[in-house]
Design a protein around this ligand. Structure first.
Ligand code: CA
Ligand code: CA
Length: 303
């Protein structure tokens, strides 16, 4: 009984407050704009603390569309400091408040341990990814992911587990120049200066590390072996979804001399280099023209 009475009292108080606000507004007070915010990586949750307002307009300072929500959640595409302006309105006028909001990409950690759950919650603006879709012409490679921090380039590769895949290749264009490095038919302007290549077996992948010897015709297989010791760290190969196999690894950035940018394409070959059975990004057939479309490699953000 006591609790019911208390509850009823609160309702009555809220009603009185609501009436008094309404009376104040009727007298013609302009609103007061105010807000608080909380950041989580590049995601910002705004909490409106405006008084006497009936409408809101949020300018997030990044060129995004104005939001009219009372308490919006906004995701920035890149780290930085943004001037966020809230304009609160009512029939008597409007008022605005501006705050500088600084967002940073979420720190992330990837352990090279064969547990791939750390790939599920990575900053979207830093993650480079390609997946096999229905238009692909080869089906051996299902998914690749790459992400870099100051020290490492991390990668995840998921491929067909039926024994059709025996060799994994990672091609990297590290100078942004298509005229240097291997000119692959798999990717447009590939210019791959670096290759990590390894054969799979039941439990592991032992990679070799090559740099490309530029010549008159860069479409040849002119790879020079380098010492891969310490340049790359790999997990065991594990069975994942749908009979696929996967592995994760890290490449030491300091082991790659002269890297100013990084574009990546991955190829899988049959056992004993018996031919290409998958590549991502994938060449696909354009349904309208019937033409084969050769994609560019994916770009790994280095900072
Ligand atoms: Ca892991
Ligand atoms: Ca190049």
């Amino acid at each position: 009984m006591k609790r019911t009475f208390l509850f009823a009292s609160i309702i009555a108080m809220v009603a009185v407050l609501a009436v008094s606000c309404k009376e104040k507004n009727a007298a013609g007070d302009a609103p007061k704009a105010r807000f608080a915010y909380a950041t989580d990586g590049l995601v910002v949750t705004f909490t409106n603390a405006s008084k006497d307002a009936t409408e809101y307009a949020w300018d997030f300072g990044d060129g995004a569309e104005i939001s009219k929500e009372e308490n919006p959640v906004h995701t920035y595409a890149a780290a930085g400091t943004y001037s966020v302006k809230l304009t609160a309105k009512n029939a008597a006028g409007e008022n605005s408040a501006t705050e500088s909001v600084t967002v940073e990409a979420k720190a992330f950690e990837i352990a090279i341990d064969g547990n791939f759950s750390d790939w599920n919650d990575l900053p979207a603006d830093k993650l480079a990814e390609a997946s096999l879709d229905d238009m692909g012409t080869m089906e051996g490679l299902h998914n690749i992911k790459f992400i870099a921090n100051a020290d490492y380039i991390y990668f995840y590769m998921e491929y067909e587990g039926d024994g059709s895949v025996g060799v994994l290749d990672i091609f990297m264009n590290i100078d942004g120049d298509a005229a240097t490095g291997h000119d692959s038919w798999l990717w447009e302007n590939s210019g791959a200066d670096i290759l990590f290549e390894g054969g799979t077996d039941a439990t592991n992948w032992y990679p070799d590390f090559f740099t490309f010897l530029n010549g008159d015709d860069n479409s040849g297989w002119n790879w020079e072996p380098q010492d891969a010791e310490g340049a790359i760290n790999l997990s065991e190969i594990k069975a994942v979804n749908n009979g696929h196999l996967a592995l994760e690894g890290s490449i030491v950035r300091a082991a790659i001399q002269g890297m100013t940018s990084c574009s990546v394409g991955c190829l899988v070959q049959g056992p004993n280099w018996s031919g290409e059975v998958g590549a991502l990004p994938e060449t696909y057939v354009d349904l309208e023209s019937g033409a084969s479309v050769v994609p560019p490699m994916i770009t790994v953000k280095l900072d």
